[in-house]
Design a protein around this ligand. Structure first.
Ligand code: NAD
Length: 287
């Protein structure tokens, strides 16, 4: 019965999702690894929904997946990768250390659990948010990276001064910082500072988590109409042109496909300026 259900699900996926033809650009990280600039996030998705979402996303053509210990869906995300039949080396899989682990043994145990759930290797492991224990956590991440368990290590929710603090104690540089970033919180001053440090910016809640009314913004709708695209696609194309990695989330295969197709057109400089001007320093979570 379970097998029949998954066959049915696979058939539904192939009708709904279909593969898309968009060519997603990659960025080169400071250790030489390449990361696709557009991926899918799975925050707030139950294990089952994360499985479905990642399955649909991989079928469409996504090759970057962002999970976290905190999301409690790492095992299902990995199962979707295995079941996709896509060679593991073609997928960039990232996860996040839950930073409430404040002793060395708890950090190691948490990292080992992630590795067990995610098939023994993680392309990029990042610290989910800064805490007073993060320098100790960073040293352990370095150890795991040097042992080949992680391809690269990085940060999340660090302002440039926090990233600089980690850089000062690092023997392995953070490759990336995943931060809240969308047109109402564009962080125009912070992105170039991270770039200068050799740290790629990755946008979380790139669509304002669906909470900010971005899809109804008249400027975004005007630019969308000009290109025959949607407001969501315009936002993601803005990320791509800024050199930011972006990881929108959806459970809906049609939205996953729509988001993926933000890679098949380019905004012009005038569009970029108009979107840059929408900034209100309006952070959703205020991290
Ligand atoms: P998001 O900005 O990706 O928005 C998701 C919402 O938009 C959902 O409600 C979804 O149904 C809707 N949506 C998606 N595509 C759409 C489309 N084309 N048209 C209309 N609606 C659409 O929100 P997010 O999930 O907060 O952020 C994306 C990912 O970033 C997360 O899933 C997670 O992986 C990561 N994240 C990281 C942190 C962190 O602290 N590091 C925090 C939040 C999110």
């Amino acid at each position: 019965m379970k097998k029949f259900k998954s066959l049915l699900f696979a058939a539904a996926l192939s009708v709904l999702a279909g593969s898309a033809s968009a060519e997603v650009p990659s960025l080169t990280l400071n250790n030489g690894m390449k990361i696709p600039q557009l991926g899918c996030g799975v925050w707030e998705l139950s294990g089952e929904d994360a499985y479905k979402s990642v399955s649909a996303a991989l079928k469409i053509g996504y090759r970057l997946v962002d999970t976290a210990q905190y999301y409690r869906n790492e095992a299902e995300v990995y199962q979707a990768i295995v079941d996709s039949g896509i060679p593991r080396g073609e997928i960039f899989l990232m996860s996040k250390l839950n930073p409430h682990h404040s002793t060395e043994s708890a950090v190691r145990q948490a990292l080992d659990e992630s590795l067990k759930k995610l098939g023994g290797y993680i392309d990029l492991m990042i610290i989910h948010w800064p805490t007073s224990a993060d320098e100790m956590q960073w040293k352990i991440l370095e150890e795991y990276q040097k042992a080949g368990k992680f391809g690269a290590i990085g940060l999340s929710n660090y302002h440039p001064d926090g990233a600089e603090r980690i850089l000062k104690i690092a023997t392995v540089k953070p490759v990336l910082d995943q931060i809240e970033l969308h047109p109402y919180y564009s962080r125009a001053d912070e992105v170039p500072k991270l770039t200068d440090m050799g740290v790629v910016t990755q946008a979380w809640s790139p669509l304002g988590a669906g909470r900010q009314g971005l899809f109804k913004d008249p400027v975004l709708l005007e630019i969308a109409a000009k290109h025959g695209k949607t407001a969501a696609q315009v936002i993601l194309a803005w990320d791509l042109k800024r050199g930011v990695v972006t990881i929108p989330r959806s459970r809906n295969p049609a939205h996953l496909k729509e988001n993926f197709e933000s890679a098949d057109f380019t905004l012009d400089d005038e569009d970029m300026k108009k979107i840059d001007a929408l900034n209100r320093n309006d952070a959703i979570w205020g991290i």
